[in-house]
Design a protein around this ligand. Structure first.
Ligand code: BG6
Length: 502
């Protein structure tokens, strides 16, 4: 038998052992369960990070029995897990894995589920503890939350609820969702997922800023010229037209992942690393975000093009997309955080599908040296210092600095000092969902978004989308496989700046 990897070396530390519990997954036949949740549970089992007594119950509409469900999940793990498949680990995970076929709208389904969960609990001594994972479309939330809320009120053990995105469609629907959840559960029982917060490199932004003395003093308007945040994807919408047509890049990425990256970059140091302290600081940044005027936001939609040498269709040609769709697949914006630290420092952000390649980076561009004492020609190849956090791929951090080119003269050029995760830690990166599931089992909400954060995020999105109603851009306006519409370049050129080169 091969040895289990050491979780400490992988940054998934055993802070304490989670309590025994049942994890109920609603939406168990969906993509997320196959591609992310089950492989993450398997990885946690490989590393012995799951509670010593633990059961999983899948809930979905699809007719199937326990064996069929386990077979399906086994296949999902084989296909998508980051570890080699091991029968012994799988058997242990599957030992207490059950399935309930119900659409949950009828009371019978709910009773069936409760009966099964109670049986598993009694057999395994799970203390009445439950995690409910809502991996279902938002329309299904209210029935489930309502039923669980009533059932779990005053019940033995703890109850936690993981809520997948999208969390609402606009501010009003997000408020409604929050109100519905809060009717039955307290904020510390609700775990709203933004899977970017589970990424190692995103958390490393906090380590970089607050575990090092050298960055914080220069992390402000005096030293930073501007910040660029890029969430570029080369993939298209992957058959998700039904969802994407009404979401677009602004709701799919900007409202959640992008704004969270910005909040972590701009926030003040929290007094400690608890859920309340970290989220208090993030929400202050979100509140300080100035609503951008129409000239400061660019939207785009891809036409046909080539991605990595392969011809791909235009967005409007994707299956399920309206031939005259006005859904944006690209957004760029110039944002300002109106506070003492950042006043007048632009945060340029961009995100899109079918861009030239996959890249998520946060680049802090510092001001130029005030007076380089060299001849102008010697520093022609010199760019201002930039600290780049490579969120993915090639995870790491790099600092662009000026250095003397070897030789007799005084030629200066930009070079990079690189820290690469792979090289420094010699270990594979855990998947975001591993960390997020483990944190829920431990009851730690630090890496989840709080009700007020989500609402602030929607407030900004509503303002941007509201302004979009007034005009109709000529879509498509960028070819697949490029870096987005030319107007996104103009957004920076107008300020005498340009997007980072790739
Ligand atoms: C999801 C979006 O939240 O994030 C997808 O709905 C997107 O459209 C995905 O592709 C990107 O996640 P990652 O982890 O691959 O960067």
């Amino acid at each position: 038998m091969s040895e289990s990897p050491n979780p400490l070396e992988e940054g998934l530390s055993l802070r304490r052992t989670p309590d025994p519990c049942v994890l109920v997954i609603f939406g168990a036949s969906g993509d997320l369960t196959h591609k992310k949740l089950m492989p993450a549970l398997y990885a946690l089992m490989v590393r012995r990070l799951l509670p010593p007594r633990f059961a999983i119950v899948g809930v979905a509409r699809t007719e199937a029995d326990d064996d069929a469900f386990r077979k399906d999940m086994k296949e999902a793990v084989r296909q998508h897990a980051r570890d080699d498949f091991r029968d012994d680990v799988w058997e242990e995970l599957a030992a207490n894995m059950r399935y309930v076929a119900t659409d949950f709208a009828d009371d019978g389904g709910e009773d069936k589920l409760e009966q099964l969960v109670s049986e598993l609990d009694a057999e395994n001594d799970l203390g009445g503890n439950r995690v409910y994972y809502l991996a279902v479309p938002p329309v299904a939330f209210s029935t489930i939350v309502d039923a669980l809320g009533k059932r779990r009120s005053g019940a033995k053990g703890w109850t936690r609820l993981i809520v997948e995105k999208p969390f609402g469609h606009d501010l009003a629907s997000a408020r409604e969702l929050n109100a519905m959840l809060e009717e039955h559960f307290t904020e510390d029982q609700i775990f709203r997922i933004d899977h970017y917060l589970g990424k190692e490199t995103v958390q490393n932004m906090l380590a970089l800023r607050f575990a090092n003395g050298i960055f914080e003093p220069i992390w402000n308007r005096q030293f930073v010229d501007h910040v660029q945040i890029t969430v570029a994807e080369s993939i298209g919408i992957e058959g998700r037209a039904g969802y994407y047509e009404s979401a677009g890049a602004i709701r799919d990425i900007f409202q959640n992942h992008l704004l969270q990256l910005l909040a972590l970059t701009a926030m003040e140091p929290p007094i400690d690393f608890t859920a309340e302290s970290v989220r208090n600081e993030k929400v202050k940044v979100l509140r300080a975000l100035h609503t951008p005027g129409p000239k400061s936001v660019v939207r785009g939609q891809y036409g046909r093009g080539y991605v990595e040498g392969v011809e791909v269709p235009a967005y409007r040609e994707e299956e399920g997309v309206a031939p005259d769709s006005m859904t944006e697949t690209y957004v760029a914006a110039k944002l300002f955080v109106d506070n003492w630290r950042w006043a007048d420092t632009p945060f340029y952000v961009r995100m899109g599908k079918r861009l030239a390649r996959r890249e998520t980076t946060i680049a802090i561009q510092f001001k130029r040296a005030p007076h380089p004492p060299f001849e102008e020609t010697s520093a022609e190849g010199l760019r201002p210092n930039v600290l780049i956090v490579h969120v993915q791929p090639d995870e790491g951090v790099s600092l662009a600095i000026g250095a003397k080119v070897p030789g007799q003269g005084m030629q200066i050029r930009t070079v990079h000092m690189d820290f690469l995760y792979g090289g420094a830690f010699r270990t594979a990166m855990p998947e975001a969902y591993e960390r997020l599931i483990l944190d829920t089992l431990l009851g730690d909400g630090t890496l989840f978004t709080r009700a007020d954060e989500v609402q602030e995020q929607w407030l900004l999105v509503d303002a941007i989308v509201g302004a979009w109603q007034r005009d109709r851009p000529g879509f498509p306006n960028y070819a697949a496989g490029t870096w987005g519409p030319p107007s996104a370049d103009d957004l920076l050129h107008r300020d005498g700046r340009s997007w980072r080169r790739h």
